[in-house]
Design a protein around this ligand. Structure first.
Ligand code: BGC
Length: 514
């Protein structure tokens, strides 16, 4: 594999164990992903519940039930409805920028706490919503919560984890996202049956994950990196010993201090990001989240029930199918937790890309053959529906072990400390802008591009796989504060990193076997 192989130089790996303390800490912190996941899963189901639509979006409801002539692809095309889903992401974008400063100056924990509290407030407002305004304001608060949590949790995990297990521990975040989505899908399925107010339970249920992250953040320790960044060296040494389960933490501690000193020289992290030496990092902070969203995953996650209804499933079957894709999403995330530190990030990215591509083409053909370009309404034969759902599931599997988790892991591990917080905000903001864009235009695109929508995303999967193949170095097994060596080894990015910036004694080795 060109451009990919990197072997950390001999003897530099820090000693330390996967202690129960660090494992439990990371599990608790990873639960920060639940709020994001719960929200992704809940909105799609709620917007397909008739009482909810009748109360807040009556025109969409009327169009759906009364207008039998509307073509299948355009039934749900409503700007207000998509605004409801996507308002959250704009709020999250703004919050993640504010979170950059909070995370850097006051530590990762405070950002997590704010994330939990704001999300909780949004959930309560939504559960008692009487009009669209309350609904949207509630969603904006939820968005603020997600922005703070997504900015801080991945960084927290990558800094806490011993480098050899960083991939697996960080992926706990994605596992929580997918678990949140699944729980939300299951709840929607049941709450849809309780009566006209089931949607209130669905939206209010968000209080539970919000409380988990709120309480969790109060109990969690600070990361050593963040303590050092704030000048609390003694505490940092003690914490490092506790986390790694050994007394000999000098090597790691010294590197963290060196990284922090570098970071102190900088006055404005945002301006810093534009320097030439950070070009590889900035490129990844922008490209990875864009590509993650252009896989089209959220077309499925937000709108699975709507999508399944579009292709002819009944109400119940639609929600149930969303539960099935939710289960597949969780199961496949577990596979990547197992494999990410064994097989590496590049392998998962590339394998996942090919698998997604094949499925998208098959789904496009299936839907195209059935509905043609006009979107003629009609029932889907059962076997046909099963084939479509099957390939959607295989596609979700691929995402869940590639771009899903790695879209959060890789950015959180490649930035040097001095720009880490700011660059992570860029990552979250870009992710949110593109999540917003997909949420906002998906229903309109389905209406106009029809089955071609799946081919649209397939095209980007090809582009992103080529990008990874040529431009992303392997980061498996590289200590986080030594990542410069991985860039230096890269045939293209190498010239951006100056030799005098490498950690003392850094060797440059290629793993020719990839
Ligand atoms: C993405 C979300 C997506 C989720 C699906 C996450 O990594 O950021 O946009 O909905 O995965 O599991």
């Amino acid at each position: 594999m060109p451009a990919g192989g990197f072997v950390p130089r001999e003897g530099k790996g820090y000693p330390g164990n996967l202690t129960p303390f660090v494992t439990i800490t990371c599990i608790v912190a990873a639960m920060g992903g639940l709020i994001f996941g719960y929200d992704i899963g809940i909105s799609g189901g709620v917007t397909s519940m008739a009482p909810f639509l009748k109360k807040f979006f009556p025109s969409v409801y009327r169009k759906e039930v009364e207008d039998t002539s509307t073509n299948q692809y355009c039934k749900f095309d409503s700007q207000t409805l998509t605004m409801f889903t996507s308002s959250l992401y704009l709020a999250a974008l703004l919050a993640s920028i504010a979170a950059s400063t909070v995370t850097q100056l006051f530590g990762r924990k405070l950002s997590m706490l704010l994330g939990g509290v704001l999300f909780c407030a949004g959930a309560i407002l939504n559960a008692f919503a009487r009009d669209v305004v309350m609904l949207i304001v509630g969603r904006i608060l939820l968005g603020f919560g997600v922005g703070f949590a997504n900015q801080s949790v991945p960084l927290y995990l990558s800094e806490m984890a011993p480098y050899k297990y960083r991939g697996a521990l960080n992926l706990g975040f994605q596992l929580s996202i997918s678990t949140g989505i699944l729980v939300a899908n299951v709840l929607n399925y049941f709450f849809a049956k309780v009566g006209d107010w089931g949607w209130r339970l669905s939206l209010g249920g968000a209080v539970v994950p919000a409380l988990i992250i709120t309480v969790g953040s109060l109990l969690l320790p600070d990361t050593p990196n963040s303590l050092i960044e704030r000048g609390r060296h003694d505490e940092a040494v003690a914490k490092l010993k506790r986390i790694r389960g050994i007394d000999d933490v000098d090597a790691e501690f010294n590197d963290l201090v060196a990284a922090s000193e570098e970071s102190r020289k900088m006055e404005n992290p945002w301006g810093y990001l534009l320097r030439r030496k950070y070009r590889p990092h900035l490129t990844m902070a922008i490209a990875i989240p864009i590509f993650q969203q252009l896989t089209g995953i959220n077309a499925i996650m937000f709108y699975a029930p709507v999508l399944f209804r579009t292709i002819g499933f009944g109400d119940d079957a639609s929600l149930m199918s969303a539960v099935i894709t939710g289960c597949v999403n969780v199961a496949a995330t577990l596979v990547s937790i197992y494999g990410v530190d064994r097989w590496g990030r590049r392998f998962l990215f590339l394998e996942g890309g090919i698998q997604m591509l094949v499925c998208q083409v098959i789904v496009a053909v299936c839907i195209g053959v059935k509905f043609g370009v006009k979107g003629d309404p009609g029932d889907l034969p059962k076997w046909y529906a099963i084939v479509v759902v099957l390939f959607i599931c295989i596609y979700v599997t691929a995402f869940a072990w590639s771009w899903g988790p790695l879209g959060w892991l890789v950015p959180s591990e490649i930035f040097p400390l001095e720009i880490r917080s700011a660059a992570q905000s860029v990552n979250v903001s870009v992710n949110m802008i593109f999540t917003f864009a997909v949420a906002q235009v998906f229903l309109t695109m389905l209406c106009h591009l029809k089955f071609g929508l799946f081919l649209f995303f397939a095209f980007f999967v090809i582009v992103m796989s080529i990008f990874v193949y040529f431009l992303l170095p392997e980061t498996k097994g590289v200590p986080i504060e030594e990542m410069k060596i991985a860039w230096k080894n890269h045939p293209y990015w190498g010239s951006f990193i100056l030799d005098d910036e490498l950690p003392a004694g850094a060797g440059v080795e290629h793993d020719t076997t990839g």
